[in-house]
Design a protein around this ligand. Structure first.
Ligand code: HH2
Length: 281
């Protein structure tokens, strides 16, 4: 089994993953912050939320301007860029990597120019030109598995063995990135909970998450408030904090080293307990 690196290089930052890191989700989608569309992102509010997330223990900020919820419609490229670029410029000086969650190569390039240190692509850099854009930079990359595309991905997804198929896909994408010149230390991998998977697929992925360590890259897990937790608990997204923390801990127990979460403070507390037990001084 390959040795999983316990660090991630994101531009000028080297994230030590000896202890799991928290990536805070900051959504710039129209429904989160806006009133008036393109110019509707309230920069002050986003910066305030980012600072709160950092105070609470986040060490990566993940900005997204296009919802990838099942059934979501794509956001036009220019609109996505207009929402993201001013925010990246404001957050980049805060002293932690700013990650941008996008599938679009032009948006990736604009985000990197604006100061992003990481690109989080739920489409695993499969869009034409995406690999070329990120290969020529020094940013960190999150390579995630998705079956299909957000509009249709939850329509009857099937796998013979979800873990080996998702892992095989991630391995191929990583090989391709490395062949294009990306240093391995810039890569992390993510099985993509909820992206073209049934509840049973998601549970199997979490149960067997440790098998992803064989790829040799840090594993990122995004379980926060996901509908799989709603299916289990019967609760709406706003009431899934406890379920999210439970799922995050199970992911860490199985080797995840970056947790993408909405609720940073609660996740931090849970991780501190886990660290006290699992990582004695
Ligand atoms: N999940 C969402 C978006 N981006 N990126 C990674 N690497 N892993 C994930 O699991 C992941 C992701 C879900 O997106 P959305 O439904 O838009 O909501 P939110 O961003 O609030 O989680």
């Amino acid at each position: 089994m390959a040795h999983t690196s316990l660090a991630l290089q994101c531009g000028r930052y080297r994230l030590d993953l000896g202890r799991p890191a928290i990536m805070a989700i900051l959504n710039l989608t129209r429904d989160s912050f806006s009133a008036d569309g393109l110019a509707g992102v309230d920069l002050g509010a986003v910066v305030g939320r980012a600072e709160m997330a950092l105070d609470a223990g986040a060490t990566i900020l993940d900005l997204g301007a296009e919802s990838t919820r099942p059934g979501a419609e794509p956001v036009p490229e220019d609109e996505e860029m207009d929402r993201l670029v001013p925010v990246v410029e404001r957050l980049a000086p805060l002293g932690v990597p700013v990650s941008v969650d996008t599938m679009k190569p032009r948006v990736m390039a604009a985000a990197i120019r604006a100061g992003a240190s990481m690109i989080n692509d739920v489409n695993a850099f499969q869009a034409e030109g995406a690999v070329g854009i990120v290969a020529g930079t020094d940013v960190g990359l999150c390579v995630m598995h998705m079956r299909g595309e957000p509009r249709t991905m939850q329509v009857a997804p099937r796998y013979a063995d979800v873990v080996s198929e998702v892992r095989g896909f991630l391995g191929e994408r990583v090989d391709l990135l490395i062949a294009a010149g990306v240093e391995g230390q810039r890569i992390c991998v993510d099985p993509g909970f909820g992206f073209g998977k049934t509840l049973e697929h998601n549970l199997e992925l979490l149960r067997r998450l440790a098998e992803f360590q064989a790829l040799g890259f840090p594993v990122l897990a995004g379980l926060s408030r996901k509908s799989m937790l709603g299916a289990i608990t019967g609760r709406p997204a706003a009431e899934r904090l406890q379920a999210s923390v439970a799922a995050a801990l199970m992911a860490v127990e199985r080797g995840a080293r970056i947790l993408r979460v909405h609720d940073v403070a609660a996740t931090r507390d849970a991780l501190q307990v886990w660290e006290a037990v699992a990582l004695p001084p």
